[in-house]
Design a protein around this ligand. Structure first.
Ligand SMILES: CC(C)(COP(=O)(O)OP(=O)(O)OC[C@H]1O[C@@H](n2cnc3c(N)ncnc32)[C@H](O)[C@@H]1OP(=O)(O)O)[C@@H](O)C(=O)NCCC(=O)NCCS
Length: 326
């Protein structure tokens, strides 16, 4: 494969199966099976993926690797899952040359989208972002915010939460775990979702019905503003991870006429109290939001992120960049 040589002493070429062991130290351990697949001849790869290496011509030593695979958002094209150059060989243009090589690396096709995502907690985040920028990729953009920590800290983030919940209850607001929904709740939710679908109000990502049917959780909550048919006000969904042990809340949505009235905060107040009561102060709650839910994002930024220095709290922003393929 005739890739332009970035430097007289180096050659960039597609990876072959024999490269796999040497490449293991140039990527994350969790990507070992992707690496193995990407080193196969292109027609034998079980799914679209690719890998290219930088080889030092004098020694045959592999000093850099780029690994591509299916996009995590299941969209078209390929995603750069990892890019690494051995420390002594950095700042010689090799990382950038590997990025440039992806455009002509089989099975990449002209016009296929090419993207990458990384955590802003990655030690080399600044070097990676600078390398992408130098290679003409789009400026890094935060697409997902996740904040997690033990529920014992929640009273600092949601002060007076018991009073807030009591006031909401006096106003007829109910918060019901999805495992305890009545047939009437389910019927009202289905009717409400159909209506919002028809009106184009409910975005696809917010649809609660798949999570409700696949894995109902006692910490997913349905919020009602009243018992009448139109009383469905919003929800949060929950996924329980066993390793590490935590409860992830990937989705929260409120009826458009109820936004900016503290409804999301109410669901977080309620669910963190439930977790504390059932699993103790060390239970880990993880709240996640994407750029298409600006209300939830700004709520987490304003009320949770300022407490990220507390013991056990972590804040993680998923950054994204893409190659501006024509
Ligand atoms: C990110 C990484 C692959 C860059 O590789 P590299 O070969 O050093 O990058 P390049 O030499 O091609 O850099 C190209 C340009 O990017 C910018 N750049 C790269 N690293 C930089 C750094 N540490 N600080 C500032 N700018 C940097 C510069 O503009 C550079 O051009 P210049 O050297 O002429 O100024 C390398 O730092 C690395 O392997 N890091 C650890 C692994 C990692 O975290 N990978 C990213 C996520 S998978």
């Amino acid at each position: 494969m005739p890739f332009p040589s970035p430097h007289p002493g180096f050659q960039i070429r597609p990876a072959i199966p024999a490269d796999s062991p040497a490449c293991l130290s140039l990527t994350f351990r969790a990507l070992a099976s992707l690496l193995e697949a990407a080193c196969l001849p292109v027609q034998e790869r079980p799914f679209p993926c690719a890998a290219a290496v930088v080889e030092q011509t004098a020694t045959g030593r592999i000093v850099g690797l780029i690994l591509l695979g299916p996009p995590l958002n299941q969209g078209p094209g390929l995603q750069v899952h990892s890019l690494m150059v051995s420390a002594p060989f950095r700042r010689q243009g090799l990382g950038r040359a590997l990025l440039d090589a992806t455009l002509t690396l089989p099975p990449m096709q002209p016009g296929w989208p090419l993207r990458t995502e990384w955590s802003d907690r990655l030690p080399a985040r600044d070097a990676f972002a600078a390398t992408l920028t130098a290679a003409g990729w789009t400026p890094p953009r935060a697409v997902l915010l996740r904040i997690q920590g033990p529920v014992r800290h929640t009273p600092l983030m949601i002060p007076r939460r018991e009073a807030m919940l009591a006031r909401a209850a006096r106003n007829g607001v109910t918060l019901t775990p999805w495992t305890e929904l009545t047939a009437q709740d389910r019927a009202d939710l289905a009717t409400a979702c159909d209506g919002w679908d028809a009106a184009g109000i409910l975005p696809g990502w917010a649809d609660p019905r798949p999570a409700l049917t696949v894995a109902p959780s006692p910490y997913a909550l349905l919020l009602r503003t009243g018992p009448e048919a139109g009383g469905i006000g919003g929800w949060i969904t929950c996924i329980h991870h066993t390793s590490p042990q935590r409860w992830l809340f990937p989705l929260g949505w409120v009826r458009p006429d109820l936004t900016n009235r503290g409804i999301l905060m109410l669901t977080l107040a309620d669910v963190t109290l439930r977790l504390h009561r059932d699993h103790g102060p060390d239970a880990i709650a993880a709240f996640e939001t994407s750029y298409d839910t600006p209300d939830m994002w700004s709520l987490l930024e304003r009320h949770f992120v300022p407490h990220s220095h507390l013991n056990g709290m972590t804040v993680d922003r998923l950054m994204s960049s893409r190659h501006p393929v024509p």
